[in-house]
Structures are given as structure tokens and as C-alpha cells.
Ligand binder design. Structure first.
Ligand SMILES: [Zn+2]
Ligand SMILES: [Zn+2]
Length: 257
């Protein structure tokens, strides 16, 4: 854990889309640490080994799952196994997620109670809630019927707003405070987003940040084969702070830009 109790730190464990030809790419997974508190935002495919490299998984205060697409939650399966079989005695981890998560993981294994063996799943409460020293705000966004963007704040000062997967950029605006870091999906790069696909492109993000003024923009979840530089340039032109496309291993001090 961080020695500095004021530090709010983001570690990117996985920043991939649902599929990729990039070696080492893994699904969405973002670790946020503040003092003694650690929360994980999503745990997509292939990210469990990076999680265990970054932190002892059983010490995480909660995993927050943005929505029930597997590229955002499927590595809860290795987490469940690790907690059940690697540790003696087994340990448990809290999971805040859309309703139905445990049933989906149980169905994969045709085993009722599989998930509940080590994961305590609960739905998002209405309104802000605390996890350790962090304040969490979740807000429904346009993607699946039950998809959430999440703001993570630690006391006063800038926080982190994570889009999850999101089809309407304006859905994120109520969560963003000036100076926050915005971690936002840019699935379709420079665009356009095909009709009927609920994801974002760089022009939509540029419009959003021009009005909401985050202090830094981190782009993620870019689809396979798309230009990795042009989306950054489009968003850079709309905001004063730094803009980058994140990679696993990136670490950000969210109090500074
Ligand atoms: Zn999705
Ligand atoms: Zn996704």
C-alpha cells in the first residue's frame, strides 16, 4: 500500500478491447490505491496475472464491475479460484456489480454457488458510497441495460472518472469535476461509431472534455487495427491537460497532471 496517505494512484493492469492482435493486450482492469484502500475497476480477460503482480488480490477492498460484458469481468473466475484454492484458509473479496453477475459466472461452470464460494457480490447502491477512504459514485450510462460509469474520489482534490463502456459521452458529464482524470473508452478511434454500436470515438470525447474540463484524459479500449495516435491528437486539441492512450503498466498520480 502507498506510504503517502494523500496519494491517489491509478495502475493500469489491462486496457484492451474485447479482442486484440496485440501481444500482451488484456481486458479492462484498473487498480486505484489511496492510503490503505485499494479498489479494482473491472477485471477483463487476461488481467489476473497483472493483478497478482501489482497487489495481493485478497487485500483488495472491492472490485467494481462496470457492466456484464466478459471483457470487463471474466477474470473474476481466476480470482475466485485463487481465493478458494491458493490461500489457506480461503479468503473473500467484495464485488460491486450489476445484478446477475454471480448467476452468469455460476452458469459458466454449471455450478450454483460457485461464485459465492469466495466472492461477495452486491448491486450498486443508489447514491455515493464509501469503500475505505474512497468515495464511489456510479452512474448509469448508455451501453447495456445496466452499465455504469464510476467516479473514485479520496477526500478533497481531483478524482478518477472511469467510463466503463459508454455510448453517449454526455452521460459522463455529471461525474466529472474540473481537474479530475477522465479514463474513457475510445473504442472507435477517430470515428465514426457505427449505427447501433454503443461506444465512443475521439470527436465525442473532445466535445465532452471541452465543456467538463478534466485535468487529464486517458484513452482506453481502442479496437484492434485502429490508428493509436490520431485519437489522442483530436482530444488534445480540446483540453488543456495531458492526453494519452494507456497501456498495461502505466501508473498515474491522480493528484498531479
Ligand atoms: Zn461492453
Ligand atoms: Zn468492453
Amino acid at each position: 500500500m502507498s506510504a503517502d496517505p494523500s496519494l491517489l494512484e491509478l495502475t493500469v493492469l489491462g486496457a484492451g478491447p474485447a479482442w486484440s492482435d496485440r501481444p500482451g493486450s488484456s481486458g479492462a482492469a484498473y487498480l486505484v490505491r489511496h492510503g490503505e484502500t485499494a479498489v479494482l475497476l473491472d477485471l477483463g480477460q487476461g488481467s489476473f496475472p497483472r493483478l497478482i503482480e501489482a497487489i495481493e488480490p485478497s487485500t483488495i477492498d472491492a472490485v467494481l464491475i462496470s457492466h456484464l460484458h466478459p471483457d470487463h469481468f471474466i477474470d473474476l473466475v481466476p480470482l475466485r479460484h485463487y481465493l478458494a484454492y491458493q490461500l489457506d484458509p480461503p479468503r473473500r473479496v467484495r464485488v460491486v456489480a450489476p445484478a446477475g453477475l454471480a448467476d452468469r459466472i455460476d452458469a459458466l461452470h454449471d455450478h450454483t454457488g460457485f461464485t459465492a464460494a469466495t466472492l461477495d457480490c452486491e448491486p450498486y447502491p443508489s447514491g455515493p458510497f464509501a469503500i475505505g477512504g474512497l468515495t464511489i459514485e456510479a452512474r448509469r450510462v448508455t451501453h447495456t441495460a445496466d452499465s455504469h460509469a464510476i467516479r473514485v474520489g479520496g477526500g478533497d482534490g481531483p478524482g478518477l472518472v472511469y467510463s466503463g463502456d459508454c455510448g453517449v459521452a454526455a452521460d459522463l458529464a455529471p461525474l466529472i469535476r474540473p481537474g479530475d482524470t477522465l479514463l474513457v473508452e475510445v473504442s472507435f478511434g477517430v470515428g465514426p461509431v457505427p449505427a447501433g454500436s454503443f461506444h465512443l470515438d475521439a470527436p465525442a470525447i473532445a466535445d465532452l472534455v471541452a465543456s467538463t474540463r478534466p485535468g487529464r484524459v486517458l484513452l482506453t479500449h481502442l479496437q484492434m487495427g485502429l490508428d493509436r495516435i490520431a485519437p489522442v491528437r483530436i482530444v488534445e486539441a480540446a483540453v488543456d491537460g495531458p492526453v494519452s492512450l494507456v497501456e498495461p503498466g502505466d501508473v498515474f498520480d491522480l493528484r498531479r497532471t
